[in-house]
Ligand binder design. Structure first.
Ligand code: NDP
Length: 327
């Protein structure tokens, strides 16, 4: 028997509770993991409150990421005691997730905890930090170096944005941080941003092509912001698009693509192939400055605290990452 957050939807309504679950009820999979830490992401907030149809089948244990030790394995790559991380793959949406003391998953979804990284540290990085690294990898794979020019990060004070600012500045890039929170200027500069850009200068409808201002960008905002980011990208620049904080739409023009040859690189963390995931996590282990990770900050809570926090995260009342010690 183990403890888990369980979401149910039936005639009595949509509800989440902390429950005791029998191991025999766990879904199919070739690896059983003793979960040590999970997190509460925005998506988990949506799942727990039912504000958006994230959960596709019931009952469901939420939690899109976790870190733990292999307890049983029928997968050739993992043996008992191996420290592992899971992000995405529909876990916490269509397959029981990480906000539980145990999880049974497919070994092909797991990656190894990088050497020297602690499991609570991995969860303070979480899906947001791993997505930020995928964005950085996309900029570099498309040829950007610190000599190419400035890199703009939108939604800079958010989870993805903060880690992107920290990683890019440590790699020697000059980083412009776009934020709607001027009070976070000192924080963003400590993370490594050189200049702050007011997000309102990017969020309204703009021209199809503007002044060439940055060589690349990490955009977690979408909508008009992404269109303006593309319009301000230098010749042959690269924009990594990973989010939709402003909106799902992309009201842009082909002008930056056909006149400036810019590249728009789409970033998906959920079904990202294993080799890229492992590379992203290994690089996070080596390149994310622990002092900057500490600055981004995380609060550790227990399983019993998760349900009230789910509403707070949706209301934007949570600063930094929430790590859940499930035991
Ligand atoms: P956060 O909520 O931590 O950060 C989002 C940031 O976006 C906010 O901090 C804010 O930055 C900015 N923002 C919020 N609302 C608006 C708005 N209306 N207009 C302009 N900017 C806005 O989220 P995460 O960093 O965890 O995630 C960022 C985005 O990336 C989300 O849309 C998320 O769904 C997506 N995502 C996608 C993944 C993928 O696989 N592609 C994986 C993980 C996340 P500031 O205060 O600095 O202005």
């Amino acid at each position: 028997m183990f403890k888990a957050i369980m979401i149910d939807k039936d005639d009595a309504g949509y509800r989440a509770e902390v429950k005791t679950v029998d191991e025999a009820q766990l879904p199919e999979g070739d690896v059983l993991v003793d979960v040590k830490f999970s997190t509460i992401n925005y998506k988990d907030g949506l799942a727990i409150t039912g504000k958006s149809p994230v959960v596709r089948q019931f009952p469901m244990i939420p939690g899109i990421d976790f870190c733990g030790l292999v307890k049983e394995s029928r997968h050739a790559d993992f043996k008992v005691g191996d420290p592992v991380i899971l992000n995405g793959w529909g876990v916490g949406e269509t397959h029981w997730g990480g906000l539980a003391q145990q999880a049974r998953v497919h070994g092909k979804w797991l990656i190894r905890l990088p050497a020297g990284m602690k499991s609570d540290q991995a969860m303070s990085i979480g899906t947001a930090g791993y997505t930020a690294m995928l964005c950085v990898m996309a900029l570099q794979r498309n040829g950007l170096t610190p000599d190419s020019g400035d890199i703009l990060v939108t939604g800079a004070a958010g989870g993805v944005g903060s880690v992107a600012v920290a990683l890019l500045s440590s790699l020697g890039f000059r980083v412009l941080a776009s934020t709607g929170r001027p009070q976070e200027e000192a924080y963003l500069k400590k993370l490594g941003a050189t200049e702050i850009v007011d997000r309102s200068s990017l969020s309204e409808p703009g021209k199809p092509l503007g002044k060439e201002r940055w060589a690349g960008a990490v955009d977690s905002v979408g909508s008009h912001t992404l269109a303006n980011v593309c319009a301000g990208t230098k010749y042959r620049g690269v924009v990594a698009a990973c989010g939709l904080a402003q909106g799902m739409d992309f009201p842009g023009s082909v002008a930056p693509f056909i006149l400036r040859g810019i590249t728009l690189a789409g970033i998906d963390s959920v079904h990202c192939p294993l080799a890229d995931r492992q590379e992203a996590w290994d690089r996070l282990g080596k390149e994310l400055d622990p002092a900057k990770l500490a600055l981004i900050g995380s609060t550790t809570v227990g399983l019993n605290d998760v349900i009230p926090l789910a509403s707070q995260i949706l209301a934007g009342q949570v600063r930094g990452r929430i790590v859940v010690d499930v035991n």
